[in-house]
Every structure is written in C-alpha cells, then in structure tokens.
Design a protein around this ligand. Structure first.
Ligand code: ADP
Ligand code: 5GP
Length: 210
C-alpha cells in the first residue's frame, strides 16, 4: 500500500541522442535516487555493461516476460523491444527510493495511464539544434552510420511528443541542463517555485522542426 514515505517516479524521454541517458546517470548520483534498469533485445554498445545499463535478452526471453505480465510497460523502439519490469520499481518506491526511468514516449504514456499511487514527474529533453544532435549521435554510434541516419530520420516524429510532458528542457550545456532538472525535481518535492517557460520551448521546437 503506497504511503507518503514512498519514493517518486521521474521519467526522462527524448529523441535519441539528445542526452537523456547521460542525464539520468548524473541524476542517479543524488541521494536516494535509483535508475530503473530496462530489458532490451538490442545488442550492447561497446561501452555498455550488461545488468547495469540494460538486461540484454533474446527475443524469446522478452516474449516470456510479456506473457508472464512482468512488465510495467514495454514498447518496440527502432526494431528492438524495450521494457521495464514492475517488481524492482515497486520495491524501490516502497522503500522510499526515487526511481529514474530512461524510456521513450510510448513507455511514458503507458506508465502515466496506469495512474499508480506514486508521484510521477515527466521530463522531455531536447537537443539545442539538429546539427548538434547529428554530431552527438555520430560520436556515440561511430561504427554505424545507418543507426545515426535512422535515428535522425525518427527525430521529427519523436519530438512531437514534447507536449505530453510536465517539463521540457534543452540539453545544450550538460551542467546547466542537469541543474535545471534537479532544481525542478527539488521544487516538485518541496512545493518550491517551478521556473519553466513553455512558450520558449514551443518556439525552440518550431525551429527544430522547420
Ligand atoms: P540519449 O540517451 O538521449 O540517446 P545519450 O545520453 O546517449 O543520449 O547522449 C548522446 C551522446 O551525446 C553521448 O555520447 C553523450 O556523451 C553526449 N552528450 C550528452 N549530453 C551532452 C551535452 N550536453 N554536451 C555534449 N555532449 C553530450
Ligand atoms: P537506446 O537503444 O539508445 O539505448 O534506446 C533507444 C530508446 O529506447 C530510447 O528512447 C530509450 O529511452 C528507450 N528505452 C530504453 N529503455 C526503455 C524501456 O524500458 N521502455 C521503453 N518504452 N523505452 C525504453
């Protein structure tokens, strides 16, 4: 049974390459914050650690988890399956830990629609420009130009989901972006002032999609 001592859920979504994984890792260093480790059928990147960055599983295992109704949410993203198992999340929340999710808009929608008895704050991260996004994706996925192209192609569709999030933050300077997000989380937790300019974000999205 959820209580006032429970942790809260914080979702970060973004078009691929905008920096949400980097930001989630930084936020997880805050006291009492844990990252929800997702399952995926995608192959690990060179620098990724199995069971820390993701649980890398075969499609059959992922389908077994779906059948057993173990997922709080799951979705197909870029031809791979990604999902969040329910038990570790609920256990952490019940222990008073704040849980960070690095998931796409489909997963965010599913968690929102579940209307769990835990506070939920959703953030959408935007790149400063498409040029910078391309550079970040190219640096990260150096060996695979197809992946970079595929993710750039998806950008204009993914970005449209910004409107469904509580806050949208531009990840230009990493430190500034991190401070904005952590200040907004602190403000949400303490009823402090939530400094957020939605019209500025709207015009930034217009520039990104024009
Ligand atoms: P996402 O999880 O949204 O796909 P990542 O966190 O993997 O994105 O970031 C994509 C790449 O951009 C990574 O190589 C990361 O180190 C880099 N990066 C993230 N934020 C910034 C930033 N503010 N400035 C420069 N590089 C960044
Ligand atoms: P990547 O392959 O770059 O690690 O992730 C691709 C996309 O899948 C990102 O938008 C990431 O947030 C999303 N993702 C990662 N884990 C999950 C998950 O458990 N559920 C959902 N719905 N999306 C996820």
């Amino acid at each position: 049974m959820p209580t006032t001592n429970d942790g809260i859920m914080i979702i970060l979504s973004s078009p691929s390459g905008a920096g949400k994984t980097t930001l989630v890792k930084l936020l997880s260093k805050l006291d009492n914050f844990e990252i929800s480790i997702s399952h995926t059928t995608r192959k690990p990147r060179e620098n990724e650690v199995p069971n820390k960055d993701y649980y890398f599983v075969k499609e059959e295992e992922f389908k077994r988890l779906i059948k057993n109704e173990e997922f709080l949410e799951y979705a197909k993203v870029f031809n791979n399956l990604y999902g969040t198992t329910r038990t570790p999340v609920i256990d952490n929340l019940n222990k008073g830990k704040n849980v960070l999710f690095d998931i796409d808009w489909q997963g965010a929608d599913q968690i929102k629609n579940k209307k769990l008895d835990y506070k939920l704050i959703t953030f959408f991260i935007l790149p400063p420009s498409k040029k910078v996004l391309f550079e970040r994706l190219s640096n990260r996925d150096m060996q695979d130009k197809v992946i970079v192209e595929e993710r750039m192609h998806q950008f204009s569709r993914d970005v449209l989901h910004w409107i469904n999030y509580d806050y949208v933050v531009i990840n230009d300077n990493l430190e500034t972006c991190y401070s904005k997000i952590s200040n907004l989380i602190k403000a949400e937790l303490t009823n402090g002032s939530k400094d957020y300019d939605i019209e500025f974000i709207r015009s930034h999205v217009e520039k990104l999609t024009s």
